[in-house]
Design a protein around this ligand. Structure first.
Ligand SMILES: [Zn+2]
Length: 338
Protein backbone atom coordinates (compact mmCIF):
# COMPACT_ATOMS: atom_id res chain seq x y z
CA UNK A 1 0.00 0.00 0.00
CA UNK A 2 1.14 3.56 -0.68
CA UNK A 3 1.54 6.57 1.53
CA UNK A 4 -2.15 7.52 1.41
CA UNK A 5 -3.32 4.00 2.24
CA UNK A 6 -0.96 3.92 5.22
CA UNK A 7 -2.35 7.21 6.50
CA UNK A 8 -5.94 5.99 6.17
CA UNK A 9 -5.09 2.69 7.89
CA UNK A 10 -3.74 4.52 10.95
CA UNK A 11 -7.38 5.21 11.92
CA UNK A 12 -9.16 7.93 13.87
CA UNK A 13 -10.94 11.07 12.69
CA UNK A 14 -8.43 13.37 11.02
CA UNK A 15 -7.77 15.52 8.01
CA UNK A 16 -4.47 16.08 6.23
CA UNK A 17 -2.87 17.10 2.96
CA UNK A 18 0.41 16.25 1.33
CA UNK A 19 2.08 15.57 -1.97
CA UNK A 20 3.34 12.49 -3.76
CA UNK A 21 6.81 13.07 -5.12
CA UNK A 22 7.33 12.02 -8.74
CA UNK A 23 10.55 13.84 -9.66
CA UNK A 24 11.88 17.31 -10.34
CA UNK A 25 12.40 19.95 -13.00
CA UNK A 26 15.78 21.26 -14.16
CA UNK A 27 15.28 24.19 -11.79
CA UNK A 28 14.82 21.81 -8.90
CA UNK A 29 11.09 22.54 -8.63
CA UNK A 30 9.33 19.32 -7.63
CA UNK A 31 7.02 17.32 -9.90
CA UNK A 32 4.48 16.09 -7.38
CA UNK A 33 0.82 15.16 -7.01
CA UNK A 34 -1.00 17.04 -4.25
CA UNK A 35 -3.58 15.14 -2.19
CA UNK A 36 -6.11 15.79 0.54
CA UNK A 37 -7.31 13.13 2.96
CA UNK A 38 -10.35 13.12 5.26
CA UNK A 39 -10.28 10.07 7.52
CA UNK A 40 -13.54 9.08 9.17
CA UNK A 41 -13.90 8.31 12.86
CA UNK A 42 -14.99 4.77 11.97
CA UNK A 43 -13.71 2.37 9.31
CA UNK A 44 -15.55 2.03 6.02
CA UNK A 45 -15.14 2.41 2.26
CA UNK A 46 -13.00 5.05 0.58
CA UNK A 47 -14.36 7.47 -2.00
CA UNK A 48 -11.56 8.88 -4.18
CA UNK A 49 -12.12 11.99 -6.29
CA UNK A 50 -9.53 12.56 -8.99
CA UNK A 51 -9.97 16.21 -9.95
CA UNK A 52 -8.41 16.13 -13.37
CA UNK A 53 -6.25 14.13 -15.70
CA UNK A 54 -6.42 16.82 -18.38
CA UNK A 55 -4.83 20.09 -17.30
CA UNK A 56 -7.44 22.49 -18.67
CA UNK A 57 -10.45 20.77 -17.04
CA UNK A 58 -11.24 22.72 -13.89
CA UNK A 59 -14.82 22.22 -12.62
CA UNK A 60 -14.11 18.83 -11.03
CA UNK A 61 -11.08 20.06 -9.11
CA UNK A 62 -13.08 22.88 -7.54
CA UNK A 63 -16.02 20.62 -6.68
CA UNK A 64 -13.82 17.92 -5.11
CA UNK A 65 -11.81 20.35 -2.99
CA UNK A 66 -14.94 22.19 -1.80
CA UNK A 67 -16.61 18.88 -0.91
CA UNK A 68 -13.57 17.79 1.12
CA UNK A 69 -13.53 21.09 3.02
CA UNK A 70 -17.18 20.72 4.03
CA UNK A 71 -16.82 17.21 5.55
CA UNK A 72 -16.77 16.50 9.28
CA UNK A 73 -14.50 13.46 9.84
CA UNK A 74 -16.25 12.74 13.18
CA UNK A 75 -19.47 12.01 11.27
CA UNK A 76 -17.85 9.66 8.76
CA UNK A 77 -17.64 5.86 8.54
CA UNK A 78 -14.99 5.58 5.85
CA UNK A 79 -12.82 8.08 4.07
CA UNK A 80 -12.46 10.63 1.30
CA UNK A 81 -9.31 11.16 -0.75
CA UNK A 82 -8.96 14.00 -3.26
CA UNK A 83 -6.12 14.11 -5.75
CA UNK A 84 -7.03 17.49 -7.25
CA UNK A 85 -4.71 17.14 -10.23
CA UNK A 86 -3.08 14.09 -11.77
CA UNK A 87 -1.35 16.29 -14.33
CA UNK A 88 0.21 19.26 -12.52
CA UNK A 89 2.47 20.36 -15.38
CA UNK A 90 -0.49 20.50 -17.78
CA UNK A 91 -2.54 22.41 -15.19
CA UNK A 92 0.20 25.01 -14.80
CA UNK A 93 0.45 25.34 -18.58
CA UNK A 94 -3.40 25.65 -18.95
CA UNK A 95 -3.52 22.84 -21.47
CA UNK A 96 -4.85 19.30 -21.79
CA UNK A 97 -1.55 17.47 -22.12
CA UNK A 98 1.77 17.72 -20.35
CA UNK A 99 3.89 20.11 -22.48
CA UNK A 100 7.09 18.15 -21.75
CA UNK A 101 6.08 14.92 -23.50
CA UNK A 102 2.68 15.65 -25.14
CA UNK A 103 1.21 12.34 -23.97
CA UNK A 104 -2.49 12.06 -23.09
CA UNK A 105 -2.46 11.12 -19.40
CA UNK A 106 -5.84 9.38 -19.66
CA UNK A 107 -4.34 7.01 -22.20
CA UNK A 108 -1.24 6.36 -20.07
CA UNK A 109 -2.44 4.47 -16.99
CA UNK A 110 -1.27 2.34 -15.24
CA UNK A 111 1.93 4.16 -16.16
CA UNK A 112 5.60 3.28 -15.95
CA UNK A 113 8.02 4.23 -13.17
CA UNK A 114 10.91 4.38 -15.66
CA UNK A 115 9.01 6.11 -18.49
CA UNK A 116 8.25 9.60 -19.74
CA UNK A 117 7.01 12.07 -17.15
CA UNK A 118 3.30 11.49 -17.98
CA UNK A 119 3.83 7.75 -17.52
CA UNK A 120 5.55 8.45 -14.22
CA UNK A 121 2.74 10.58 -12.78
CA UNK A 122 0.28 7.88 -13.91
CA UNK A 123 2.32 5.24 -12.12
CA UNK A 124 2.63 7.33 -8.95
CA UNK A 125 -1.15 7.69 -8.74
CA UNK A 126 -1.94 4.02 -9.44
CA UNK A 127 0.47 2.92 -6.69
CA UNK A 128 -1.69 4.87 -4.23
CA UNK A 129 -5.12 3.94 -5.57
CA UNK A 130 -4.61 0.16 -5.75
CA UNK A 131 -6.11 -1.61 -2.78
CA UNK A 132 -7.27 1.69 -1.25
CA UNK A 133 -10.06 3.25 -3.35
CA UNK A 134 -13.48 1.60 -3.16
CA UNK A 135 -14.95 4.05 -5.67
CA UNK A 136 -12.95 6.47 -7.82
CA UNK A 137 -14.40 9.23 -9.97
CA UNK A 138 -12.25 10.31 -12.90
CA UNK A 139 -13.36 13.93 -13.33
CA UNK A 140 -13.28 15.56 -16.74
CA UNK A 141 -14.86 18.25 -18.87
CA UNK A 142 -15.15 18.55 -22.62
CA UNK A 143 -12.57 20.78 -24.24
CA UNK A 144 -12.88 24.57 -23.98
CA UNK A 145 -14.36 24.87 -27.48
CA UNK A 146 -17.49 22.83 -26.60
CA UNK A 147 -20.64 23.09 -24.48
CA UNK A 148 -22.10 19.98 -22.86
CA UNK A 149 -24.57 19.18 -20.08
CA UNK A 150 -23.03 16.90 -17.42
CA UNK A 151 -22.78 13.25 -18.46
CA UNK A 152 -20.91 10.13 -17.46
CA UNK A 153 -18.76 7.55 -19.26
CA UNK A 154 -18.17 4.01 -18.08
CA UNK A 155 -16.41 0.92 -19.32
CA UNK A 156 -16.59 -2.78 -18.72
CA UNK A 157 -13.54 -4.71 -17.58
CA UNK A 158 -13.95 -8.49 -17.99
CA UNK A 159 -12.01 -9.33 -14.80
CA UNK A 160 -13.10 -6.54 -12.45
CA UNK A 161 -16.04 -8.32 -10.84
CA UNK A 162 -17.88 -4.98 -10.87
CA UNK A 163 -21.39 -5.23 -12.29
CA UNK A 164 -22.82 -2.67 -14.67
CA UNK A 165 -25.74 -2.20 -12.23
CA UNK A 166 -23.33 -1.05 -9.52
CA UNK A 167 -21.75 1.46 -11.89
CA UNK A 168 -25.16 2.78 -12.93
CA UNK A 169 -26.24 3.16 -9.29
CA UNK A 170 -23.15 5.25 -8.52
CA UNK A 171 -23.46 7.40 -11.65
CA UNK A 172 -27.17 8.03 -10.97
CA UNK A 173 -26.16 10.23 -8.01
CA UNK A 174 -25.12 12.88 -10.54
CA UNK A 175 -28.29 12.95 -12.67
CA UNK A 176 -26.28 12.70 -15.88
CA UNK A 177 -28.03 13.58 -19.13
CA UNK A 178 -26.45 10.47 -20.63
CA UNK A 179 -24.39 7.54 -19.34
CA UNK A 180 -22.12 6.44 -22.18
CA UNK A 181 -20.77 2.93 -22.18
CA UNK A 182 -17.42 3.19 -23.94
CA UNK A 183 -16.06 0.18 -25.71
CA UNK A 184 -12.34 -0.20 -25.05
CA UNK A 185 -11.89 -1.19 -28.70
CA UNK A 186 -12.86 2.38 -29.62
CA UNK A 187 -15.56 1.78 -32.28
CA UNK A 188 -14.53 4.83 -34.28
CA UNK A 189 -14.72 7.55 -31.62
CA UNK A 190 -11.25 9.09 -31.59
CA UNK A 191 -7.87 7.46 -32.08
CA UNK A 192 -6.07 6.45 -28.91
CA UNK A 193 -5.47 3.88 -26.20
CA UNK A 194 -8.84 3.78 -24.39
CA UNK A 195 -7.57 0.97 -22.12
CA UNK A 196 -5.09 3.51 -20.68
CA UNK A 197 -7.93 5.48 -19.04
CA UNK A 198 -7.69 5.81 -15.27
CA UNK A 199 -11.21 4.46 -14.71
CA UNK A 200 -10.50 1.36 -16.81
CA UNK A 201 -7.27 0.63 -14.95
CA UNK A 202 -9.09 1.16 -11.66
CA UNK A 203 -11.72 -1.39 -12.73
CA UNK A 204 -8.85 -3.77 -13.49
CA UNK A 205 -7.68 -3.22 -9.91
CA UNK A 206 -11.15 -3.94 -8.48
CA UNK A 207 -12.14 -0.30 -7.82
CA UNK A 208 -15.55 0.84 -9.06
CA UNK A 209 -14.66 3.77 -11.34
CA UNK A 210 -16.20 5.97 -14.00
CA UNK A 211 -15.76 9.34 -15.69
CA UNK A 212 -17.91 12.32 -14.76
CA UNK A 213 -17.89 15.01 -17.46
CA UNK A 214 -18.69 18.44 -16.04
CA UNK A 215 -19.27 20.85 -18.89
CA UNK A 216 -16.51 22.86 -20.54
CA UNK A 217 -12.80 23.23 -19.94
CA UNK A 218 -10.71 26.30 -19.04
CA UNK A 219 -13.48 27.96 -17.04
CA UNK A 220 -15.41 27.74 -13.80
CA UNK A 221 -19.06 26.79 -14.26
CA UNK A 222 -20.82 27.19 -10.88
CA UNK A 223 -23.89 25.10 -11.80
CA UNK A 224 -21.70 22.15 -12.79
CA UNK A 225 -19.56 22.49 -9.66
CA UNK A 226 -22.72 22.54 -7.51
CA UNK A 227 -24.15 19.48 -9.27
CA UNK A 228 -20.93 17.56 -8.62
CA UNK A 229 -20.78 18.55 -4.94
CA UNK A 230 -24.37 17.42 -4.40
CA UNK A 231 -23.67 14.17 -6.24
CA UNK A 232 -20.54 13.46 -4.16
CA UNK A 233 -22.63 13.81 -0.98
CA UNK A 234 -25.38 11.55 -2.37
CA UNK A 235 -22.83 8.92 -3.35
CA UNK A 236 -21.04 9.15 0.02
CA UNK A 237 -24.37 8.49 1.77
CA UNK A 238 -25.12 5.62 -0.62
CA UNK A 239 -21.70 4.13 0.26
CA UNK A 240 -22.41 4.57 3.98
CA UNK A 241 -19.51 7.02 4.49
CA UNK A 242 -21.88 9.84 5.44
CA UNK A 243 -24.92 9.29 7.66
CA UNK A 244 -28.47 9.75 6.44
CA UNK A 245 -30.70 8.37 3.70
CA UNK A 246 -29.09 7.89 0.30
CA UNK A 247 -31.46 10.51 -1.09
CA UNK A 248 -31.78 12.01 -4.48
CA UNK A 249 -30.58 9.98 -7.35
CA UNK A 250 -32.27 9.64 -10.66
CA UNK A 251 -34.56 6.64 -11.19
CA UNK A 252 -33.67 6.27 -14.88
CA UNK A 253 -30.49 6.51 -16.85
CA UNK A 254 -30.21 6.91 -20.58
CA UNK A 255 -27.34 4.59 -21.44
CA UNK A 256 -25.52 5.16 -24.72
CA UNK A 257 -23.97 2.25 -26.57
CA UNK A 258 -22.66 4.05 -29.66
CA UNK A 259 -21.45 7.60 -30.22
CA UNK A 260 -19.33 9.49 -32.69
CA UNK A 261 -18.11 12.87 -33.89
CA UNK A 262 -19.42 15.09 -36.66
CA UNK A 263 -16.49 16.84 -38.32
CA UNK A 264 -16.40 19.72 -40.77
CA UNK A 265 -15.74 19.08 -44.48
CA UNK A 266 -14.70 22.67 -45.12
CA UNK A 267 -13.55 25.56 -42.99
CA UNK A 268 -15.65 28.57 -42.01
CA UNK A 269 -17.73 29.84 -39.12
CA UNK A 270 -20.05 27.25 -37.54
CA UNK A 271 -23.48 28.63 -36.62
CA UNK A 272 -25.52 25.93 -34.81
CA UNK A 273 -29.29 25.49 -35.08
CA UNK A 274 -29.52 23.57 -31.80
CA UNK A 275 -28.02 23.29 -28.32
CA UNK A 276 -25.87 20.75 -26.51
CA UNK A 277 -28.14 18.08 -25.02
CA UNK A 278 -30.77 18.37 -27.78
CA UNK A 279 -32.19 15.43 -29.63
CA UNK A 280 -31.81 15.90 -33.39
CA UNK A 281 -34.16 14.00 -35.70
CA UNK A 282 -33.14 12.17 -38.86
CA UNK A 283 -33.18 14.65 -41.75
CA UNK A 284 -32.29 17.67 -39.59
CA UNK A 285 -29.01 19.57 -39.76
CA UNK A 286 -27.19 20.75 -36.63
CA UNK A 287 -26.21 24.06 -38.24
CA UNK A 288 -24.49 25.90 -41.05
CA UNK A 289 -20.99 26.83 -42.05
CA UNK A 290 -20.77 30.46 -43.00
CA UNK A 291 -17.99 31.00 -45.53
CA UNK A 292 -15.94 34.15 -45.54
CA UNK A 293 -17.17 34.72 -49.09
CA UNK A 294 -20.71 35.04 -47.69
CA UNK A 295 -21.79 31.53 -48.68
CA UNK A 296 -23.90 29.36 -46.34
CA UNK A 297 -23.47 25.57 -46.36
CA UNK A 298 -25.68 23.39 -44.15
CA UNK A 299 -23.94 20.59 -42.26
CA UNK A 300 -25.21 17.36 -43.91
CA UNK A 301 -28.46 16.24 -42.22
CA UNK A 302 -28.45 13.35 -39.77
CA UNK A 303 -29.14 9.95 -41.33
CA UNK A 304 -30.78 8.84 -38.08
CA UNK A 305 -31.89 10.37 -34.78
CA UNK A 306 -29.11 11.44 -32.45
CA UNK A 307 -28.62 13.18 -29.10
CA UNK A 308 -25.99 15.92 -28.88
CA UNK A 309 -23.60 14.98 -26.08
CA UNK A 310 -21.57 18.10 -26.81
CA UNK A 311 -21.74 20.91 -29.35
CA UNK A 312 -19.05 23.25 -30.58
CA UNK A 313 -19.34 26.78 -29.19
CA UNK A 314 -16.21 28.21 -30.83
CA UNK A 315 -17.40 29.01 -34.38
CA UNK A 316 -13.96 28.99 -36.03
CA UNK A 317 -13.52 25.62 -37.76
CA UNK A 318 -11.13 24.07 -40.24
CA UNK A 319 -11.54 20.92 -42.31
CA UNK A 320 -11.66 17.86 -40.07
CA UNK A 321 -12.38 19.75 -36.88
CA UNK A 322 -15.15 18.57 -34.60
CA UNK A 323 -18.61 20.16 -34.64
CA UNK A 324 -20.59 17.84 -32.40
CA UNK A 325 -20.29 14.71 -30.29
CA UNK A 326 -23.38 12.59 -30.88
CA UNK A 327 -25.04 9.62 -29.20
CA UNK A 328 -26.35 7.32 -31.95
CA UNK A 329 -27.76 4.42 -29.93
CA UNK A 330 -29.30 4.58 -26.49
CA UNK A 331 -31.68 2.85 -24.12
CA UNK A 332 -33.65 4.17 -21.14
CA UNK A 333 -32.83 2.02 -18.15
CA UNK A 334 -34.89 2.03 -14.95
CA UNK A 335 -32.70 1.63 -11.84
CA UNK A 336 -33.43 -0.47 -8.80
CA UNK A 337 -34.43 1.78 -5.90
CA UNK A 338 -32.08 2.08 -2.91
ZN1 LIG B 1 -10.63 15.13 -20.04
Amino acid sequence: MGLIGDWLAAGGAARTSGSLRVGSMASGAPVALPWVGVRGARPGPTLWLHGQVHGDEINGMVAALRFARALDPQAMSGHLVVTPTGNPQALDARRKRNPYDELDLDQSYPGNAQGLVTERVAHALMQEVRGVATVLINLHTMNPLFDAPPYTVYKHHPDSGIAEEALLAAMACFHPRLACRQDVGGKGELPGNIAGALDYQCLAAGTLAFMLELGSGSRLQPANVALAETGFATLARQMGILPGPAGERTAHLRTVSRRGWITADDGGLFVPRCQAGDRVAAGESIGDLLGLDGSLTPVPPFQRDGVLIGLRSDPVVHTGERLAFVAWEWADRPLAST
